[in-house]
Design a binder for this molecule. Structure first.
Ligand code: SAH
Length: 228
């Protein structure tokens, strides 16, 4: 019993943070996002709520609100706050979404942001230990509207398709056909594309095909096939 109570306090303290991981530091990050051009108040509010520091190793926690990607192990990174906010804003630009597929769960930070704004998230990751950590992080935050799959996201999640939104956090050389086919009509996909030089694409599925908008240069880890 005593152990359980201590455990509970530990989690709460960790969520709350202090100093460089406090709510004030998070508020400064939000101010910076506004200066960088993020306008959607719902997105800004969630970025101000979700404790980003719990998604990185304790040794890096004090740097977690800097505008930079940080290592999360297994050669992967947590995306920088600006790109998480920007992709979320673009995903929601055409109106609210109810069913979103995320490829590249990583540490689960982007997942937590999406899950706070969208009814149901389906998240796929190809590195098992990362997926496990992400699940634990979202559990600590009491986020329950996420289904996870340990798989190669190149296959999408056909049993749950079509999706009205798809967000991809790793860069393939070309947009995977399978993911295009799993979009609903009117659905939108945010995806970094390219090998050496990547661009963020926003693809919208129309009645007759797909609109592909190229938005800005980005830098993501590569989209790799197979499970690890
Ligand atoms: N949104 C994540 C970003 C993690 S980095 C975060 O904020 O933490 C990108 C992730 O995509 C990595 O975890 C990597 O393993 C994963 N990834 C790369 N290719 C993939 C694929 N084909 N299927 C599923 N996940 C993939």
């Amino acid at each position: 019993m005593a152990v359980a109570i201590r455990g509970e306090i530990g989690v709460n303290e960790r969520l709350q943070g202090r100093g460089m991981t406090s709510g004030r530091t998070r508020a400064r990050m939000v101010d910076r996002l506004i200066k960088q051009g993020i306008e959607d108040n719902k997105v800004l509010a969630v970025m101000g709520e979700i404790p980003r520091h719990i998604f990185v190793d304790e040794a890096l926690a004090s740097r977690s609100y800097e505008d930079t990607a940080l290592p999360i192990g297994h050669n992967q990174t947590i995306s920088q706050p600006y790109i998480v906010a920007k992709m979320t804003e673009l995903l929601l630009e055409n109106g609210p979404l109810s069913k979103v597929l995320e490829i590249g769960t990583g540490c689960g930070y982007q997942t937590a942001i999406l899950a706070t704004l969208i009814e149901k998230i389906y998240s796929v990751e190809r590195i098992a230990p990362l997926l496990k950590t992400a699940k634990n992080n979202l559990w600590d935050l009491k986020i329950k509207n996420v289904s996870y799959q340990y798989s190669d996201g190149g296959w999408g999640w056909s049993e749950q398709a079509p999706f009205d939104g798809i967000l991809v956090s790793a860069a393939p050389a070309e947009i995977p056909e399978t993911l295009l086919r799993q979009m609903a009509i009117g659905g939108v996909m945010l995806i970094p594309v390219g090998s050496r030089h990547q661009q963020l694409h926003k693809v919208t599925r129309t009645e007759n095909g797909y609109d592909d908008e190229i938005l800005e240069p980005v830098s993501f880890v590569p989209f790799l096939s197979g499970k690890k």
